[in-house]
Structure formats: C-alpha cells, structure tokens
Design a protein around this ligand. Sequence first.
Ligand code: PLP
Length: 391
Amino acid sequence: MVISAKMSKLGTETAFDVLARAAALSEGGMDVINLGIGQPDFPTPNNIVQAGIQALKDGHHGYTASNGIPALREAVAADIYKYRNVEVSPGNIMIMPGGKVTMSFAIEMFGEKGAEILYPNPGFPIYESMIRYSGATPVPIALLEENGFSFDADHVLSLITEKTRLIILNTPANPTGGVVEQAELAKLANGLKNFPHVYILSDEIYSRMTYDGLEHCSLLSFPEICDRLIVLDGWSKTYAMTGWRLGWGLWPEHLIPYVNRLCVNYHSCVNAAAQYAGIAALTGDQSPVDEMMAAFNERRLLIHDRLNQMAGVSCIMPKGAFYAFANIKETGLTSKKMQDQLLENEGVATIAGTSFGADGEGYIRFSYANSLDNINRAMDRMDALTRKLLG
Ligand code: PLP
C-alpha cells in the first residue's frame, strides 16, 4: 500500500483518545470522572430539539444549498448584529458541519509549501495539525501564563514575514480560558494595515462564554481588516450541540466561491434538520444559555479555588470558555505523565498541556463541564496524588 506522504503530517485531538480510554476504564468497572473532553454536560435546550424533530416530520430530508438554508444564514447575520453589533450580509455566511470545518477550509485555502501560518500555542490542536497537513510552516504565537495566556500585538506583528498568509486567533481560548483584551486586538488590527497580504482567521467559538461581565470582543469590530477576516463560530458550545455538527463561518465576499467549492467537494451540505434546529437556537429563548453559563461560573470558581489549594499546583483565573489550565511544574511530572497518572491511577480524565502544542508543557487542561460534586471528587483525588508526589 502506498498512501500520500501528507497523511503522516496529520495530527490529532488527544481529547478524543482520552475520551475513548476513559470509556474503556469505566466499562472495566473504574469510577472515572471526565474533565477531559470539551463539551457542555447539558442537554441541548428542548425548543431546539423540538425544532429538529419538527423539521424531520415536515420532510426536510434532502440536500440543502451547500452554503446553508437562507433562513439560517439570515438568522446568523441577525445574531452577529445582536452580539457583535456589526451588519453583515447573509451571503457571506457559510453554514458548516461544525466549527472545525471553517478552520480546516481556511488553512487549506491559504496553506501550501513555502507559506507560513501563525497560530496560538498552546492552542486548539487542529490548527497545527491542519497547517502541517497543508504543507505550510506553522509559526507559533506563544501564549504565556504571565500574560494571562493572551498575546502581545507587537510580538505577533514581529512574526509576520512576506511568506505569512494567515494568522489564527482564538479568544476566548481553548485550552487556557484566556481572553485577549480589546486594546491588544485593536493594536493588532491597526498593525495589520501594514501587512495587506495577511488574512486573519478569528476562532470565536466561545464568544458567548465569558465571565465577570467581560464582553467578547470580536475581530469584526475592526473595519480596517474586515475585507480579509474569516470569523468562525457555531452552535456546539453555546447551545450544547456538539453532536449536531453545526457551525458557521463569515467570509470575505471574494473567497465565497472557493469555500462553496470546498463544501461541494467535501460534504455537499449540512444535515437539513440540524439547520432548522439552528434557527430555533438563534431566534428562540436564550435563558438556557444564561443558566448554563451561571452553572459554569460556579464550577469555574470552585475548580480555581481547589487547584490553587493543591501542593505544587497553581491556576490563573479563566476568563472565558469552560477550561482551567493549571500549572503543574512544581509536581515534577511532565504534562503527559500527570495526564496518565490522573487517568490510570486516580480515574480522573484531563488533557496534557502538550496536546495543545509544545508550549503547553508543564500544564494540564481541565474541562469543568461536569457537576460541582464530580469536580470536588476529582480535586480530592488529584490532591491525594500531588501529596504523594511531593512527599
Ligand atoms: N475551535 C475551538 C477553539 C474549539 O475548542 C473547538 C472544539 O473544541 C472547535 C473550534 C470545534 O468546534 P466544533 O465541535 O463545532 O467543530
């Protein structure tokens, strides 16, 4: 068998491996607490589920337009106006099977041998995986704990060369829970005026998930870069719809024909009933989102408190998403060893910081999408482990 060389460049998302291992350990009788996978532990709100069922009953069983049904694209444009205060045309919105596909398409569109793509490190692992797969060179933007896992705009601008084609940004961020401040984004947008050959992919999948009254700042707020800005968002996290596979991308007009062609080649269109459910999500009652966020906030405060009481462990306060990125350097274990010991010996699924890039060494990601009780039990187990490690 001869398969293409680029297959060996494709990375993975460790969260799915840990999920499978945690399931195997549970089946073998172990009481496993899952703080690994990044998905809300709430069901999709009922009005959304009912809309999906109704769409099936109404006979929406066939293909739709490859860019999505018009009513859904209009609802997304209205949602962008509501939450980002920017008017966009529904014609620039592409409905996707999840948030991930927008990033893969953007990377595929700009990445090839000789090109450079900037991406956050630690960051969502698929960025680096897809950049390598495309043949481009991944150029990490180091996100440091001392900067609140944000970046310095001048540093990002200093990484740009004539080979740079795309910069990937993600705020609020996975895996750190970090949020980039509006002033830093404004500085970056302003600096990018000097590099008109560079496009920007802004991954805003956690846009509705911020805490302490902090407002999400979209890259769309900066008109000077909007003609080369791709925004990624979707339903997975905000509406607890990870399994429905529904997301959207907002693209500059001149790129729409290329994205459309990628859609037709890869997936034709998105599941029709899921698209109708997506309309109900955006136009219906938003109180389930508020309730979910209130629950996440309580868990955030608990896990932050518990981690900081643990010997050899510290954690800065996450400002968005539902992740805590704890510093475990003083325990003496590598991230991978900590992940393995927590899972195999203590029955706590977490993700090693290195699964999000080399700069994640010394950290562990906790998804606090689990009950307060389970978070407390997981923290008790990790506390016992760190006590053992530090004698
Ligand atoms: N972007 C980030 C930063 C994520 O953390 C995730 C999922 O964890 C995605 C995109 C992908 O979302 P989806 O499940 O909608 O493809």
